[in-house]
Design a protein around this ligand. Structure first.
Ligand code: F6P
Length: 359
């Protein structure tokens, strides 16, 4: 058993729907244990900047407000990355912040990058850490799902449905660019659910001829419009990274491949007029769907249970329908979770006649 009295909770990395459900769940379960809950503002910044930025979360001020069921992060988040040579200095300030508040543990809502960085900070600060996976990219390893993914799929699928009507009116092939960084989970699953004709993901190379052949096959059926989903992380046909943009710490920033492909296809092929829509940050919006709400609530309860049992350095996750936990070092070692090319989703896309590249 543990001697926990005060815990912190923070959201790190890109926001998504379901974060507030998880925060609310932690507040409910930890309050019942008699713990004080510090909501840390803006990811780690609330503990590394001076003055510290945080608020004490209670059932009255958080749990039953409309906030708990909306997208975004009530606490604010940080998606900046950190240079390796700055890690120790920031960890030092993080540790000072932890000691000033007297925290015994921190619950971190983050993706694979955040789990890695926060594991380092918490180990240095000598406090317990429990991770809860969240990202619209669903690329956090080991767990089947991360919080936020299912709502993002819902938003993307509805976007496909909405774009389908104008595609139909104007007899166009519409490219829809979706997020996901270097993993195609969001694009692939939304494309299947949205009945797309083509779906390109970073894990699979493609050819322009492959796309054009599929568009011709669509026309041959008598249909005069088509839907092409592209994941932001795909490369050009010849394998080049399109976007030269980098963030503050030199990581590549995605976006723009959809417009690039639309221009290229319009030059090369006149079977359809082609337009592109980039869904952008709308993909982080949306009322959390049932799957995210139930998962965020159950993950939150599990995190508090684990801390009460004296556990640390683990990430909660879902494996074959069961909520479980994984050592953080295994999560970090596993790296980003790509689309498994032998998965049922890939098989289904092919069986349904979708062009998903040269596989
Ligand atoms: O990791 C989540 C994510 O939404 C990615 O899909 C996307 O590439 C990235 O964050 C965008 O980050 P930002 O909002 O910092 O531009």
């Amino acid at each position: 058993m543990s001697d926990i009295k005060k815990i912190g909770i923070l959201t790190s990395g890109g926001d998504c729907s379901g974060l507030n459900v998880a925060i609310s769940g932690v507040v409910k379960a930890a309050t019942l244990k008699g713990w004080t809950i510090y909501g840390i503002h803006n990811g780690t910044e609330g503990l590394t900047e001076r003055p510290l930025s945080y608020e004490v979360l209670t059932l009255q001020n958080f749990s039953d407000t409309p906030w708990s069921k909306t997208a975004g992060s009530y606490l604010g988040s940080l998606n900046k990355g950190i240079k390796a040579d700055q890690m120790d200095a920031v960890a030092e300030r993080f540790g000072e912040g932890v000691r000033e508040l007297g925290l015994d543990a921190v619950i971190v809502l983050g993706g694979d990058g955040s789990m890695n960085v926060l594991k380092h900070y918490c180990t240095k600060a000598g406090i317990k850490m429990i991770g809860l996976p969240k990202t619209i990219d669903n690329d956090t390893p080991l767990t089947d799902f991360s919080i936020g993914f299912q709502t993002a799929c819902q938003v993307c699928m509805e976007a496909v449905d909405n774009i389908d009507t104008t595609a139909r009116s104007h007899h166009r092939a519409m490219i829809i660019e979706m997020m996901g960084r270097d993993a195609g989970h969001l694009a692939l699953q939304s494309a299947i659910a949205g009945y797309a004709d083509v779906c390109l993901i970073p894990e699979i190379p493609y050819t322009l001829d492959g796309i054009i052949n599929k568009l011709e096959a669509v026309k041959a059926t008598g249909r005069t419009h088509a839907i092409i989903v592209v994941s932001e992380g795909i490369k050009t046909e010849t394998g080049e990274v399109l976007s030269a943009a980098k963030n503050l710490v030199g990581e590549k920033v995605h976006g723009g491949i959809g417009d690039y492909l639309a221009n290229l296809l319009n030059e090369k092929y006149n079977g359809f007029q082609i337009r592109c829509t980039r869904l952008g940050h709308t993909q982080r919006s949306g009322h959390p769907v049932f799957g995210d709400r139930i998962m965020a609530s159950v993950f939150a309860a599990k995190a508090v249970e684990l801390l009460a049992q004296g556990k640390t350095n683990v990430m909660v996750g879902l494996s074959k329908g069961e909520v479980t936990s994984y050592p953080l070092e295994d999560v970090v070692a596993a790296g980003t979770k790509s689309v498994d090319l032998n998965s049922s989703y890939i098989k289904a896309a092919k069986l349904l006649g979708m062009y998903i590249g040269e596989i």
